[in-house]
Design a protein around this ligand. Sequence first.
Ligand SMILES: Nc1ncnc2c1ncn2[C@@H]1O[C@H](COP(=O)(O)OP(=O)(O)OP(=O)(O)O)[C@@H](O)[C@H]1O
Length: 282
Amino acid sequence: MENIIEVKALAKVFANQTALESVDFCVKKGEIFGFLGPSGSGKTTTIKILTGQLNPTNGEATVFGEPVSNLKKSSFRKRFGVLTDNSGLYGRLSIYDNLKLYCDLYDVPLSKINEVLDGVNLIAEKSKKVSLLSKGMTQRVVLARALLHEPELLFLDEPTSALDPVNTRHIYEGLRALNAKGTTIFLSTHDMHEAETLCDRIAFLDKGKIQLLDTPKKLKRNYSDSTITVELINDEKVVLPAGTEGAEQLFELMKDNQVVTVHSNEPTLGDIFVQVTGRKLA
Ligand SMILES: Nc1ncnc2c1ncn2[C@@H]1O[C@H](COP(=O)(O)OP(=O)(O)OP(=O)(O)O)[C@@H](O)[C@H]1O
């Protein structure tokens, strides 16, 4: 599958702070790629480099096969969208008028505005001034703006951090629909559940490097201890080992009608992160 982003030995050092030491990864066209890391691990810095807002200190990064330094050219501007915490909205204008400005800039028909507002559950609020919106609503407007021109590649920096569960679910549905239409999504988050729900592959960023990169399924399989937990009719829970010994014990329990449920003991992505990096995600 074609790579839409390629990053090799990427480094970023601020005056007295190494944000990225040596980062390597590729994002395949069409996937939702999760970029997981604790606060301060360099997720936003990576997005800024990949969108041409910040120059790397060392290493290479290409997007659409072009060095990231070329992304400032207007021919690339329409091909990607970015959602960061820096909203860039006009507080004195309404939601609708903010999006209208963006439509003019990106040659998007105005009819698209209602479609994206519907997708982020904001149709009823479209005449409200942006300065009067809550943080979560503002976040949804910024997402709507990023979706307006249906970019080939969308960068999302913690897109649901200020949202309640209902709106979060709404956003997930919107992102899945956009991805199904062909948009590749680069999603930075420290929410493991979000990563697991949405992402085809996940990279763990810590200490300036990618510590692990794989599909959620393979990560869990590789870090599973293969034990199972059996819940018994007397409410007791027993953990059985993998292999013949566990199978024999389970057989005996089942023969005596003692078993209520059987669960494989898969680690969560959070457990794996702690195992690999020695610290928690959030
Ligand atoms: N302009 C800057 N000048 C100096 N240091 C910076 C600058 N931008 C980021 N840093 C530092 O680089 C490191 C990585 O920051 P970054 O914002 O990329 O992390 P993050 O993973 O996005 O964190 P969070 O999840 O909290 O948003 C941090 O230690 C931060 O303090």
